[in-house]
Design a protein around this ligand. Structure first.
Ligand code: GDP
Length: 196
């Protein structure tokens, strides 16, 4: 898969707008401000494909990108932004619920982006649980690696592993959207997931 051949396709706010045509999907999830847009832009080698710093209020849309004509990069709405209204949180929950239902045998890989500096949040755990429940293979991306000193990296990764109860072989990629660290590893894992 050539990630530099990527185009925005459409946004979906309801089930009827979801794309389910059999192409594999990579569903990117993460709390607001974790750097999800930056990770996507870094993968694509583009500055403004996914909009960095997008209004955190826009929590109820799924954005679809087509990668190399062969797979979908699915940008799930960020979560955990404190100022979001209760009604909007409920819309988010409903949208996620319908996204995870009825995947119709699609090979979907979950890409859960967490902040390497922090213990995964309650919402990260919920998202992680949803990916697991739906039978999705999952890749955990620990973003903002550049913000840690070398000596802090291993303990930070251990905390993430323990909190998410990852097994030995589960994919955990230290990443820096800022510097580009981890890009090749992540692309390798996504390619492998696509070929399974
Ligand atoms: P999103 O809300 O998850 O889409 O997050 P954004 O991509 O908009 O990023 C939120 C903020 O974190 C922005 O100010 C980014 O520049 C910053 N950011 C994202 N990734 C990194 C990273 O790897 N390292 C550093 N230092 N900052 C980052």
């Amino acid at each position: 898969l050539n990630f530099s051949k990527v185009e925005f396709l459409r946004s979906a706010a309801r089930c009827g707008d979801f794309l389910r045509d059999g192409r594999p999907q990579f569903a990117f999830a993460g709390r607001s401000n974790v750097g999800k847009s930056s990770v996507i832009n870094r993968l694509a080698g583009r500055k403004n494909l996914a909009y960095v710093g997008a209004s955190p209020g826009k929590t109820t849309q799924i954005n679809y990108f087509l990668v190399d004509g062969r797979a979908y990069l699915v940008d799930l709405p960020g979560y955990g932004y404190a100022k979001v209204s209760k009604a909007e949180k409920e819309r988010w929950g409903k949208l996620m619920e319908s996204y995870f239902q009825d995947k119709g045998g699609l090979i979907t890989t979950g890409v859960l982006i967490v902040d390497i500096r922090h213990k995964p949040t309650e919402n990260d755990l919920i998202m992680h649980y949803w990916f697991r429940e739906s039978g999705c293979p999952e890749i955990i991306v620990a973003n903002k690696l550049d913000k840690l000193k070398k000596s802090q990296v291993e303990p930070a990764l251990s905390l993430i592993r323990d909190t998410l109860e990852l097994a030995e072989g589960d994919a955990l990629v230290p990443f820096s959207a800022e510097k580009g660290t981890g890009k090749e590893e992540l692309i390798g894992l996504l390619n492998a997931a696509c070929e399974e």
